[in-house]
Design a binder for this molecule. Structure first.
Ligand code: G3H
Ligand code: ZN
Length: 306
C-alpha cells in the first residue's frame, strides 16, 4: 500500500454495511476529476472509493491517472480505496494490481469487448482467477452477476436472481474465500435514464437477505434520491457515480465558455488582445464537479464517516 490512508475497499464497504450507509465510488479520468473527487471527500469528511474504469485505457495511459490519484491519496486525511472499475479480463486486472490499486472489479458478465455476454461458467472461471490473484495481495474484489439495464427500456436486462447469485458466490470461492462485494442488476443502467426508472429495492433486500454481503449499485446517476435511499436501506453499500460528474463538468464548461465569448467580444470591440488561459476555463468546472460529488456523499450518508 502506497499511503497509510489507502485501504482495501472491503474495509470501507463493511463499515458502510454496519453503519447503514453507502460509500460513493467516483470515476476519475484525469487530474481535475481526481482532484474534485478528493476535494469533495475532504470537505465532507467522507470515506472514498475513487475508481478508474478500464475504458480509460482508450483515452490515456491509466498509469498517468493513477500517479495523480496516488499523490492525492498520499496527502489525503480520509481513508481511500483506489479501485479498478469494470475490469474485463485477467490481463487488465494484473496491470492495475501492478499499479498498486487496493481494489478491483472483475466484470465477468460481459466479454472483453464489453458487449457480448459471458456464460455463467465463463464468469465463474475468470472471477475465481481474479480472486486468487487479488486476495493474495490483500486487494479487495468486486464481481458482477446479472445484466444491468433499465427495466422496460433496454434489451437484455437480467435482474440478478437471488438463487443464482447465492450459487455464484459459492462457485467462485478460492481457498474458501469469495468476493468482497457484488454488483447487482436491479433496474439501473449506465448513463442517463429515459423517463423515470423503476428501481427494484425489493430485489436488493432479497439479495441482501440471501447473501449477507455488501452489494453495489452501478449506474447511480439519475437514480431518484428516494430510490437511492431505499436501495441503501435494503443493502446497497457502494454506489457508482460517473455520468453525474461529466454533467457537472459540461454544464459549467458551457457557462464559462459563454462568459469568455462575451469577454472576448468586448475585448475585440475595444481593440484589446484576447487573454487565453486554460486554467481559468477548467478551474470552475473542477469546483462544479466537487459540489456534485459532495452532494452525492451527503445523499449516501457517508459524509462525516471518515
Ligand atoms: O461503473 C460506473 C458506474 O456504474 C457509473 O454509472 O455513469 O450512470 O453514474 P453512471
Ligand atoms: Zn458500472
Amino acid at each position: 500500500m502506497k499511503s497509510k490512508m489507502l485501504v482495501p475497499s472491503k474495509e470501507l464497504v463493511q463499515d458502510a454495511k454496519a453503519g447503514g450507509y453507502a460509500v460513493g465510488a467516483f470515476n476519475a479520468v484525469n487530474m481535475e476529476t481526481a482532484q474534485a473527487i478528493f476535494a469533495a471527500a475532504e470537505r465532507e469528511n467522507s470515506p472514498l472509493i475513487i475508481q478508474v474504469t478500464q475504458t480509460t485505457m482508450a483515452y490515456t495511459e491509466p498509469e498517468d491517472v493513477a500517479a495523480v490519484i496516488f499523490n492525492l491519496a498520499e496527502r489525503s486525511s480520509i481513508p481511500v480505496a483506489v479501485h479498478l472499475d469494470h475490469g474485463r479480463s485477467f490481463g487488465v486486472i494484473m496491470r492495475f494490481l501492478k499499479m498498486g490499486f487496493s481494489s478491483v472489479m472483475i466484470d465477468g458478465s460481459l466479454q472483453e469487448d464489453g458487449k457480448t455476454p459471458r456464460t455463467y461458467e465463463e464468469n465463474v472461471a475468470v472471477t475465481k482467477q481474479v480472486i486468487e490473484a487479488a486476495h493474495s495481495l490483500g486487494v479487495s474484489v468486486e464481481a458482477e452477476i446479472g445484466r444491468l439495464g433499465q427495466i422496460g427500456q433496454d434489451s437484455g436486462v437480467a435482474l440478478t436472481d437471488p438463487d443464482e447469485a447465492a450459487k455464484f458466490v459459492e462457485d467462485i470461492k478460492f481457498d474458501g474465500k469469495t468476493v468482497d462485494m457484488l454488483a447487482v442488476a436491479i433496474g439501473t443502467r449506465h448513463g442517463l435514464f429515459k423517463g423515470k426508472p423503476i428501481i427494484r429495492s425489493d430485489r436488493v433486500k432479497e439479495l441482501a437477505d440471501k447473501l449477507d454481503m455488501p452489494l453495489v449499485m452501478h449506474g447511480g446517476t439519475g437514480v431518484p434520491d428516494e430510490d437511492v435511499q431505499k436501495g441503501i436501506e435494503a443493502g446497497i453499500c457502494k454506489v457508482n457515480i460517473d455520468t453525474q460528474i461529466r454533467v457537472a463538468f459540461y454544464d459549467r464548461l458551457l457557462e464559462v465558455v459563454t462568459e469568455k465569448e462575451k469577454e472576448y467580444a468586448e475585448a475585440d470591440a475595444a481593440g484589446e488582445p484576447r487573454k487565453y488561459d486554460i486554467r481559468k476555463i477548467i478551474a470552475p468546472t473542477r469546483d462544479a464537479m466537487t459540489d456534485a460529488i459532495a452532494e452525492k456523499m451527503r445523499l449516501f450518508g457517508s459524509a462525516g464517516k471518515a
